[in-house]
Design a protein around this ligand. Structure first.
Ligand code: PEP
Ligand code: MG
Length: 577
């Protein structure tokens, strides 16, 4: 019988398919003991299973490629860390050796112990790490019994479950899963971000879904509104088909913009650069007519393997990037490892008390100048193949820029002496993502050739709201008067000097925010290629002159609701075909 449910739309798109229900993962294992003489063999079995899972994760890590490789890699690394955790391993050994518990029951006890520690934490981010513990322990349990731990998606089905790990989402998409409904989860989770980049419809926070939906039920889901219809009737199917037609029409309309300029109605050229890390991103950016690469996060190279890539390995990666963009400018960001981006090679400190405020980005580069020198040499060598700019992350003031500039000057001289071909000069820019750099920009703007505003971190540091903490909900939001005022003042400083200024945080890729960014004076955006055409369409439908007349109203907005109202009032209407 037809039934309607509601969740939160987390990734747009509609889907019609049969439900595949995965019950919440719980390790239900009965108490079982082993004889003292069997304890060592049982322990060996357990360690072999752990080793097998480590190998599986390594294998998944090595195969990562494409747009999501970097994000998914971070989660796999977290799972590897859990499997290497002395607390976990020691506890398991004790339980089997001294408690004489069977491997399965030891796993269950250890899972419950660790979960109890995390459950007791005030911090919602840490509490949510229980999902990772369950995932890892579940894999080891499956390995002990030689069965598949991975959730297998089935083409044409809609998955209904309690939660999806970010590391699962790419695979489910590749297997042809049409959409996902989760009883928990949040729109801000990494899983949701990944689903959006894959254009995979996702509804989160639908608490009744697991109780109401049965395996094999036919579902219609709408990832924009969060609407779920179980066993849809004829009128639901009509609505669904109309929605599909609308989505298809929109895709077709967008495709036509591939070769069109990103110009406002009153003729202002807005340069759209791409945030790109993989070969696929670069190819897509090129095909969609991106002005160049506005952000290449080099940590991706460092996060891939266990070894720090040497100068030649880095040079080849940067050179290929430059060649891939056939003469369009490529902005290479120096290493931004640290905080939530921990690596396998051990560069980032693992136990800083407050890593987001710790040794990350240029701070790590300054502490390890050998590393920075190698990186600058590799980038400078790549500049012999096409236009390159260097972007420095996590700058908090002038000193860091001066230090990098001095090193870059020396590196260029050294390379010239060695007979290496490089550009005569390379533009050096700073990410403006630490509030001190944003506020003090007038004191060091003359030391810079360009800036790129990193709103992902600027919002986090300005509002003291962790960008990875789903529990903060709306608190972590660029729609705060403090953020808008600060970005506005940064852009004014840059424009007064005629210095290029772009925005490369996630906000640049959300077409709803395009009018707001243009009003703040931004004329360059750098965004992931997937929403590039939507943003171009928004630009082409805006009259910047008219919009600028509304700037004072935006800057006067007193709260998020006021900014939302302003945004609603200026959204362009796109003509139908
Ligand atoms: C930012 O902080 O906005 C940014 C683009 O950099 P990242 O997301 O890599 O920190
Ligand atoms: Mg940043």
């Amino acid at each position: 019988m037809r039934q309607g449910l509601h969740g939160q739309g987390a990734s747009r798109g509609s889907a019609l398919g049969r439900a595949r229900v995965r019950e919440p993962h719980a390790l239900e294992v009965a108490e079982a003991r082993v004889a003292p003489a069997e304890a060592e063999a049982e322990l060996a079995r357990l360690h072999a299973a752990i080793e097998q899972v480590r190998g599986e994760i390594r294998g998944m890590r090595d195969q990562l490629h494409g747009a999501l490789a970097h994000e998914v890699g971070e989660f796999l690394d977290l799972h590897t860390l859990l499997l290497e955790d002395p607390e976990l391993l020691h506890g398991l050994d004790e339980l089997v050796r001294s408690g004489l518990y069977g491997a399965d029951y030891a796993l269950r006890l250890q899972r419950d112990r660790l979960a109890a520690v995390f459950e007791g934490m005030d911090d919602a981010y840490f509490r949510s790490r229980i999902e990772d513990i369950d995932h890892v322990i579940g894999r080891v349990h499956a390995a002990l019994h030689d069965h598949e731990a991975e959730l297998q998606g089935v083409a044409g089905e809609i998955l209904v479950t309690d939660a999806i790990a970010p590391s699962e989402i790419g695979r489910l998409h590749a297997q042809g899963v049409l959409g996902i409904v989760t009883s928990g989860g949040s729109m801000l989770s990494h899983t949701a971000i990944l689903a959006r980049s894959l254009h995979l419809p996702l509804i989160v926070n639908a608490p009744q879904a697991l109780g109401a939906i049965n395996d094999g039920d036919v579902l219609v889901i709408d990832g924009s509104t969060g609407e779920i219809v179980i066993e849809p009737g004829p009128s639901d199917l009509r609505v669904y088909r109309a929605r599909l037609r609308e989505e298809k029409r929109e895709r077709k309309q967008l495709r036509r913009l591939r070769r069109e300029p990103s110009k406002t109605l009153d003729g202002v050229d807005i340069r759209l650069y791409a945030n790109a890390e993989s070969r696929e991103d670069v190819a897509e950016a090129h095909a969609l007519g991106a002005a160049g690469i506005g952000l290449y996060r080099t940590e991706f190279l460092f996060l891939q393997g266990r070894e720090v890539p040497d100068e030649d390995a880095q040079f080849r990666a940067y050179r290929d990037l430059v060649l891939g963009m056939t003469g369009r400018t490529v902005t290479i960001r120096t290493l931004d490892i640290g905080a939530d981006k921990a690596d396998n090679s051990g560069l980032a400190l693992r136990n800083e008390p407050n890593p987001a405020l710790g040794l990350r980005g240029v701070r790590l580069s300054m502490a390890r100048t050998g590393l920075l020198e190698t990186q600058l040499r590799a980038i400078a060598r790549a500049s012999g193949y096409g236009p390159v700019r260097i972007l420095v992350p996590m700058v908090s003031g002038r000193e860091e820029v001066i230090a990098v500039r001095q090193l870059l000057t020396r590196v260029l001289k050294d390379l010239a002496r060695e007979g290496q071909e490089t550009a005569a000069q390379i533009a050096l820019g700073a990410m403006i993502e630490v509030p001190s750099a944003a506020i003090a920009l007038p004191t060091f703007a003359r030391d810079l050739d360009f800036i790129s505003i990193g709103t992902n971190d600027l919002v986090q540091y300005l509002l003291a709201a962790d960008r990875n903490n789903d529990a903060l909900g709306d608190l972590y939001s660029p729609l705060h008067p403090a953020v808008l005022r600060l970005v506005h003042s940064v852009v004014r400083v840059a424009r007064a000097r005629g210095m290029p200024a772009s925005i490369c945080g996630e906000i640049a890729g959300d077409a709803r925010f395009t009018p707001l960014l243009l009003v703040l004076g931004i004329e360059e955006l750098s965004l992931h290629p997937s929403p590039l055409l939507e943003v171009r369409r928004a630009i082409r439908a805006l009259d910047l002159g008219h919009l600028r007349a509304r700037a004072p109203a935006l800057l006067r907005a007193r709260d998020r609701a006021g900014i939302e109202r302003w945004l609603d009032a200026v959204q362009p209407v796109h003509a139908a075909d």
